[in-house]
Design a protein around this ligand. Structure first.
Ligand code: FA5
Length: 340
């Protein structure tokens, strides 16, 4: 009777082991058969009631069944572990013999590239390249450029003032003053760099943008000289015919002053957000240096005169590459930067 029971239990459990599809399914089968309160334990308990001879033979059978089942569980468990390992190896397989991808090459920012082109061009024309501080004195940013504290032209440049009275320079023009302080005329200099204004940012206005200042001081410098250098600059950068217009412009540090605009290359002049629908982009304010500016920096305006310009480098880069939103340039977005 007990022997039959053991035989049936063994067959049933082996079938359940074979049918289990995971370790999780296997565990309840094992507990039901081999657990402390499992079927084998129960049969073992009942065997106490048997006669000693029957008990001995049934005991042997029970041990053999227990061993066979334990082995079957272990085998099945290993099968599951093996196939899990195989699946993982398959999924995480790496071909170590493939060549390494190599370092990713960066490139110069488009503003840096055009700045370098303009520097090369002006160096070839006998200009030196100067640098100046971004945190400026009020004197260099305004007063020495013929903009005393009560001058309304100060309002045109929304200024970041520091608590100690310094300013984040609103233009690169203070480097004109520093150039005159440091070098004697004749003087040919350009000064590329960042300028800062408390602007409400839009497609063509940034709070931080690049300008390139230019100044030439010599004897008998005229508007004709100024225009020659401006045209050489634009031809060098655009390498094609661009339509320009010259109109009067007011800056206290030049007299006469001009705004040199170029026809918008984003829309071809028909109007877009970059040119504020006007078809023209302000790029190159310029003029002949105001005698007062020379005087403030200790030069005799009867002996020396000159021209100055303040190129909007960031806008020039937008025109050169057809970039329709200034904010892209400082976004740090690699999808944008990788195009250059
Ligand atoms: C000036 O900053 C004068 N210092 C330029 C100058 C120099 C005139 C020498 C005469 C002699 P303006 O504020 O217009 O001028 O700015 C010059 C150029 O900088 C503009 O034509 C424009 O291209 C660029 N610019 C000005 N504000 C911004 C801005 N918020 N974002 C991007 N570019 C700007």
């Amino acid at each position: 009777m007990v022997e039959k029971e053991i035989g049936e239990l063994q067959a049933k459990t082996l079938a359940a082991i074979a049918a289990a599809r995971s370790t999780e399914e296997l565990e309840p089968v094992r507990v039901a058969a081999l657990g402390r309160k499992g079927t084998l334990a129960q049969i073992s308990k009942e065997m106490g009631k048997l006669s000693p001879e029957l008990r001995a033979s049934a005991g042997k059978l029970l041990n053999a069944a227990k061993q066979a089942l334990e082995e079957a569980f272990e085998r099945r468990k290993q099968e599951f572990e093996q196939s899990a390992l195989r699946a993982r190896l398959e999924a995480e397989w790496i071909d170590l013999t493939l060549p390494a991808p190599g370092p990713r090459l960066g490139s110069l920012h488009p503003i840096t590239q055009i700045q370098a082109e303009i520097e090369d061009l002006f160096v070839s024309l006998g200009f030196m390249v100067l640098d100046g501080p971004e945190v400026e004195t009020e004197y260099h940013n305004f007063d020495a450029l013929n903009m005393p504290p009560d001058h309304p032209a100060r309002d045109a440049q929304d200024t970041f003032w520091l608590t100690d009275g310094h300013v984040l320079r609103t233009h690169t023009s203070p480097v004109q003053v520093r150039g005159m302080e440091r070098f004697q005329p004749p003087l040919r200099m350009i000064a590329p760099g960042r300028a800062f204004r408390n602007e409400s940012v839009d497609a063509s206005h940034e709070h931080t943008f690049y300008q390139i200042e230019g100044m030439m001081i010599d004897h008998d410098v005229s508007v004709a000289h100024l225009l020659y250098f401006m045209k050489t600059l634009l031809a060098g950068i655009f390498r094609r015919e661009v339509t320009v217009r010259l109109r009067p412009g007011f800056f206290p540090f030049v007299e006469p002053g001009f705004e040199l605009d170029i026809q918008c290359l984003i829309c071809g002049g028909s109007g877009c957000p970059v040119c504020k629908q006007s078809g023209w982009v302000e790029l190159l304010p310029c003029g002949l240096v105001n005698p007062n500016v020379l005087r403030i920096s200790g030069l005799d305006p009867d002996r020396w005169n000159g021209f100055a310009f303040g190129l909007g480098l960031t806008r020039l880069v937008m025109m050169r590459y057809g970039i329709d939103d200034i904010r892209l340039l400082q976004s740090g977005d690699l999808r944008f930067l990788q195009q250059f």
